[in-house]
Design a protein around this ligand. Structure first.
Ligand code: GDP
Length: 300
């Protein structure tokens, strides 16, 4: 496997459920499939995705495709990877588009602010000129957090006073970024407002306002999802996708999560690219999502 993934994801629910299977050399029978089914459901892979996988393996087993349990487990691995491969599409910063505008969305607490910091550092290290927009005007601490991060790391942060109009912040930021020839603008947004409807309306407004300055902006609507929230992640994505047209995902906190299987459910239901995975709190723990590395880290 790729360095780091296995070490960081060790002990996640998926490997817990399947771990025993690999160590005790099981028989190739329906009990084995039942055990796999339970492990996948427990890890929040979701009933539909799990049933699809298990029934396909059962058919192949009945057709005598597998010499032993080990061969079936190898097929499981391959099918898990195949589920994720179509969504493992990294975010490519189009350098011809200046600035390349990334709008980050997601509910409070999922790791949105820290993800913005990690991405900003990554893009800066890659040589891109960067600017941040403190668009979570609902939460005073979010603006301060982003400004402090910008000062520490020498990245310009566009902010207005508390309770400023988030769309106005986004508009100002894009105008400033254009004027200064910035390569990448990352805009934060609120993760909570007084009402859910208000939040969704605000996201729509931010997108419209950005589009006035650049009809192709935002170039990425990046939703940050907490990998520990399991099936809840699906309903969150459904809502944000309807309101803002999500084009990429970051799934955080996969380290030590018993619910990381939700990544498979997300892939199956939405097919939206998973750009990055959070496998720890250090900056280098925000990884470009890699289907094989992820599956291999989950399997014993
Ligand atoms: P926000 O409310 O969405 O902006 O959330 P924050 O960015 O403030 O993050 C909430 C907490 O989650 C912080 O303590 C982060 O360090 C933590 N966090 C973010 N990503 C990860 C991750 O991939 N793994 C772990 N273990 N913690 C994370």
């Amino acid at each position: 496997g790729k360095p780091g993934w296995r070490e960081r994801l060790r002990g996640s629910g998926f490997s817990r459920g399947l771990g025993g299977l690999f160590s005790r050399n099981p028989k190739l029978d329906d009990d084995l499939l039942d055990e796999i089914e339970t492990a996948l459901i427990t890890a929040d892979v979701g009933v539909t995705a799990t049933t699809g996988l298990v029934e396909h393996l059962r058919k192949r087993m009945k057709a005598r495709e597998f010499a032993d349990a080990r061969a079936l487990l190898a097929a499981l691995r391959a099918e898990l990877v195949a589920l994720l491969e179509p969504v493992a599409k990294p975010l490519v910063i189009d350098t011809a588009t200046r600035p390349f505008v990334i709008l980050t969305v997601g509910v409070n607490g999922v790791g949105k602010t820290t993800t913005i910091g990690k991405l900003a550092r990554r893009y800066k290290d890659e040589g891109h000129g960067l600017m941040l927009a403190a668009g979570d005007t609902f939460r005073a601490a979010a603006v301060a957090q982003l400004q402090a991060w910008g000062e520490r790391n020498g990245v310009a942060v566009v902010a207005q006073g508390q309770n400023a109009d988030a769309a106005s912040v986004a508009f100002d930021a894009l105008q400033a970024a254009k004027a200064r020839g910035v390569d990448v603008l990352i805009a934060d947004t609120a993760g909570r407002l007084h009402t859910q409807q208000g939040l969704m309306a605000e996201l729509g407004k931010i997108k419209r306002v950005l589009g006035k300055l650049d009809p192709t902006a935002p170039h990425e609507v990046l939703m940050v999802i907490d990998g520990t929230t399991g099936q809840n992640a699906l309903s969150q994505l459904r809502q944000f996708h309807a309101a803002a047209g999500v084009t990429g995902l970051v799934v955080t906190k996969l380290d030590g999560s018993a619910k990381g299987g939700v990544v498979f459910a997300l892939a199956r239901e939405f097919g939206i690219p998973i750009r990055y995975a959070g496998i720890g709190e250090r900056p280098e723990d925000l990884r470009v999502f890699d289907a094989e590395a992820f599956v291999d880290a989950l399997l014993p």
